[in-house]
Design a protein around this ligand. Structure first.
Ligand code: UDX
Ligand code: ADP
Length: 452
């Protein structure tokens, strides 16, 4: 089979590399408008940082995995086309700040209709609102190019930082399509791809709308768990309970389960907030305001947690950080990724800057330019400095705010760091990552999420 994936981003790149690695009889070409990105995929300096990804790409690249900007030609030649372009929250017009912006998906559909080349299966990989496939179908159906198209939904559940393991051994693969004879045949074709390395019983097939909605629902449920434990973390701080102990106690109930109960400075990433806002917008659209409000609260609680973290910093530092220097350890939205989209670090740093703090920032993977643009700062802004290691960032600061749970932070030499800081020196652990006894023995005043 000849496979094309439109969009060489965080989802398209790793997913197609894994398909190419396991489906040696198929030719997989990932196309993108962005020449720089494609060049980077064709080098050893990949555009995204993801443990194990380079090995997978190298195993297949040039054999049956290709990265190209020849979009039209690749679409024409392919039997299956995955649409894996970005679907950000709309920042203009109706639905601004809530609805998904589908113009990139629509433009792909129009392009597929225009270039033709034969009957094709078109697979939505991007996370989209339920019934987006209807738009894709209508555009393709009215193309009058004489070819027929089957539209499927195959949402991606990989998490950044663990993408390779998630793709190699997913809990499940979900494929939705029309329940007509042609639709079911198309589903089986895509099933046969995944079935080359994933057991058939782990491949779930549904109708189109269930598949589209399941992706939004999965992300909403995961985010809801984090907001729930973060809500409890506030109560723990007020009462003397310990949020990790509570999480452990409830997580051993097999009906609740232990995962996604780690309280934190808040969830980030390109999916959770965007998908919940989108889910809530859909509920409003379908006349279900109570349901919309229910899910909105998950995002509100997340904003509250980020605010609360900054408030703790203010309270502990005698109600002012003006002119004080604070080390920011970690800017990525989670460890093992260079992605800072919607990272809680953005909200925390922005508020600290509003309070006139100076920030000394270190992240092992997020580039300086990304941090500057996330904070809407220009390169010579004197209020921020960038450092090559945590020790260097902390030097001369009044406080450390640990915002990403990078493994290397667990090995910090805290005594050495403390010695070079202004006193009293505070340590705000937004991830409950570091052994509290060690932090306090080093001399820090320690403040942790969910600890009284
Ligand atoms: C998520 C979904 O997990 C994935 O299935 C979907 O395909 C895309 O969205 P991702 O955003 O990459 O993946 O990372 P995830 O591991 O889910 O973490 C999201 C955020 O929640 C991070 O900021 C993380 O630090 C935070 N988090 C996660 C917590 O604060 N506590 C937890 O217990 C788990
Ligand atoms: P995700 O996290 O969903 O993978 P990314 O933003 O990382 O999203 O990647 C999406 C990619 O899709 C970008 O590299 C962008 O250039 C590409 N893209 C968007 N629209 C088109 C299009 N019409 N044709 C080809 N590539 C596109």
């Amino acid at each position: 089979m000849k496979i094309c994936c439109i969009g060489a981003g965080y989802v398209g790149g790793p997913t197609m590399a894994m398909i190419a690695k396991n489906c040696v009889d198929s030719k997989v070409t990932v196309v993108d408008l962005n020449q720089e990105r494609i060049d980077s995929w064709n080098s050893d300096d990949l555009p995204i940082y993801e443990p194990g990804l380079l090995e997978v790409v190298k195993a297949a690249r040039g054999r049956n995995l290709f990265f190209s900007t020849e979009i039209d030609q690749t679409i024409q030649d392919s039997d299956i086309i995955f649409i894996s372009v970005n679907t950000p929250t709309k920042d203009y017009g109706s639905g601004k700040g809530r609805a998904a912006d589908l113009r990139f998906v629509e433009s792909c559909a129009r392009n597929i209709a225009k270039v033709g080349g034969g009957n094709k299966i078109v697979v939505e990989k991007s996370t989209v609102p339920v019934r987006t496939a209807q738009m894709v179908k209508e555009i393709l159906g009215e193309s009058n190019n004489g070819f027929s198209y089957q539209v499927l939904s195959n949402p991606e559940f990989l998490a950044e930082g663990t993408a390779i393991a998630d793709l190699e051994n997913p809990d499940r693969v979900l494929i939705g399509g029309d329940q007509s004879k042609e639709g079911l045949e198309a589903i089986e074709k895509v099933v046969s791809l995944y079935n080359q390395w994933i057991d058939r019983e782990n491949i779930i097939t549904t109708n189109l709308w269930s598949s589209e909605l399941s992706k939004l629902t999965a992300n909403a449920f995961l985010a809801q768990r984090i907001s729930s434990i973060n809500a409890i973390s506030a109560l723990c701080e007020a009462t003397g309970a310990d949020v990790d102990e509570v999480a452990n106690a409830i997580g051993t109930d097999s009906r609740i389960g232990p995962k996604f109960l780690k309280s934190s400075v808040g969830f980030g990433g390109s999916c959770f907030q965007k998908d919940i806002l989108n889910l809530s917008y859909l509920c409003q659209h379908f006349g279900l305001p109570e349901v919309a409000e229910y899910w909105d609260q998950v995002v509100r609680m997340n904003d509250y947690q980020k605010d609360r973290f900054v408030q703790r910093i203010m309270d502990a530092m005698f109600n002012t950080v003006s002119g004080k220097k604070i080390a920011i350890l970690g800017f990525a939205f989670k460890k093992d990724t260079n992605d800072a989209r919607e990272s809680p670090a953005i909200a925390v740093c922005s508020r600290l800057l509003d309070e006139r703090a100076h920030l000394a920032i270190y992240d092992p993977q997020v580039p300086k330019d990304t941090i500057l643009s996330s904070l809407r700062l220009d390169a010579n802004d004197k209020r921020v400095s960038f450092h090559d290691c945590a020790t260097d960032a902390a030097n001369g600061t009044h406080a450390i705010a640990l915002l990403t749970e990078w493994d290397e932070f667990k090995k910090l030499n805290l005594k050495e760091i403390y010695a070079e800081m202004e006193k009293p020196a505070h340590f705000f652990d937004g991830r409950n990552l570091i052994d509290p006894i060690e932090v306090q023995n080093a001399g820090f005043r320690l403040h942790r999420i969910g600890k009284g």
